[in-house]
Design a protein around this ligand. Sequence first.
Ligand code: NAP
Length: 282
Amino acid sequence: MILLDGKETAKTIREELKAEVETLAPKHGRAPGLAVILVGEDPASQVYVRNKEKACENVGIVSVPHKLPADTSQEDLEALIEKLNADGSVDGILLQLPLPRGLDSQRCLELIDPGKDVDGFHPISVGKLTLGLPGFRSCTPAGVMNLLERYDIDPSGKKCVIIGRSNIVGKPQALMMLAKNATPVITHSRTKDLARECRDADIIVAALGRPKFLTADMVKEGAVVIDVGINRTDEGLCGDCDFEAVKDKVSAITPVPGGVGPMTIAQLLVNTVQAYREHVGA
Ligand code: NAP
């Protein structure tokens, strides 16, 4: 069994990006810039934002936090996004979700300049993904593809069952698998006989947010399991897969933590450097 080490792989990606930024920044007179908007005090979001800021610092991306109170109005949030759209030192804009109740996240996401949409959530980015055109890709599924590639796991011709159909993970994951010539199957809470679908899969991406949902009897011998889930339980952090029970049956699997999570952040950095390159013409 191969443990797909997202932590180590993300470290390698950061080192590569750092070298890239060190070469590009002096040539173009500035480092890449990422604006991070955090509204309210959601503890999990605060941790995510802090991790993203640390990762940026690590590779030489200037991350500028914009922390707003939970009672910020839609109007003020939109004004900030417009300001960042117009700011030439900002290559990427990240709006940390979820937003506090009362704020319209879809409206805000659509307001972000598509050229700065490093999270890949703008309808233009999603459209480009669907059409197979270059563009920003949603960080979690793109991080999964990057991890597979770095471990020489080629999805071509494989049946890939994705559990979960969210706009940020499940749906874009299926399109990215399709682009790599896999045969994706998206499953969800209304899927009949999900276990049978999973047993038939060469690759399973579990992204539903239910602790230890994927059990050994649902997994084919030799399958690859990618666990996107992050669940906080009394026993600590755990994924959507029953890792201990499944690990001896599979050919490769991601741990939680240390699997998809670090790859998601690494992909944000990749996207930010991509945006920077487009803005400075590198
Ligand atoms: P989400 O928006 O809540 O979507 C969950 C999806 O799972 C839905 O499509 C839902 O189906 C499906 N689902 C729920 N229960 C199910 C069941 N019993 N059987 C089959 N399908 C079921 O979640 P998300 O944002 O995609 O996130 C999923 C998980 O990944 C969460 O644990 C989240 O914390 C984690 N995550 C991790 C990262 C990372 O960086 N590692 C990034 C993003 C998310 P319906 O559509 O039918 O309701």
